[in-house]
Ligand binder design. Structure first.
Ligand SMILES: [Zn+2]
Ligand SMILES: [Zn+2]
Length: 179
């Protein structure tokens, strides 16, 4: 993804330990699975290692979630950091294929010597999103009986079953006692 791709041809030809810092910036909205991301912003340090390039990223994301309790959409800033090593598939100086140990989790530098952080960012952002997504800690949620959003207005359902004073409270709130 643009904003997460970095050409490392020059860095691959630099001595081990060489590094460079680049900005991460994605302002086009996109989705990572069920998460709507409206912005990614941060920086990455790209470090030449024995085998390839280590990317160490610090990212702040703006994401749109749905509250687990009241079901309203809300925007949240999630910060996450990760470090992943990227291995070359093509030797930058000879242009020949590189044999490297591969597992399903291995990240590769593209044949055009581009490190693309998109997949790593996806994995680490999904890990950073809280399990319980609440618009705010004290969100009151929906009434299970009538479905009213209790952040916006109150209903009488829970008072009637839970509070011993509910009848009195209802009487006091009612403007016309004689009705
Ligand atoms: Zn909520
Ligand atoms: Zn209710």
């Amino acid at each position: 993804m643009e904003g997460l791709e970095f050409n490392v041809a020059h860095l691959l030809q630099s001595p081990i330990g060489s590094n460079t810092r680049r900005d991460i910036l994605v302002r086009e909205p996109f989705r990572f699975e069920d998460i709507s991301v409206s912005e990614l912003r941060g920086s990455v340090e790209l470090l030449r290692t024995n085998f390839g390039i280590l990317g160490r990223a610090d990212v702040a994301s703006l994401i749109d979630l749905q509250c687990d309790r009241c079901l309203e959409p809300f925007r949240s800033e999630i910060r996450f950091a990760f470090a992943e090593e990227y291995l070359p598939v093509i030797d930058v100086s000879t242009g020949r294929p590189v044999q490297s140990e591969r597992t399903d989790e291995t990240f590769f530098i593209s044949p055009k010597h581009v490190v693309d952080l998109t997949e790593a960012a996806r994995q680490h952002l999904l890990l950073a999103v809280p399990m319980h997504r609440l618009c705010r800690e004290e969100c009151l949620g929906l009434c299970p009986t009538c479905g009213t959003n209790r952040n916006v207005e109150s209903c009488r359902c829970s008072e009637e079953t839970e509070s011993p004073f509910s009848e009195l409270a209802a009487l006091l709130e009612r403007p016309d006692h004689s009705a």
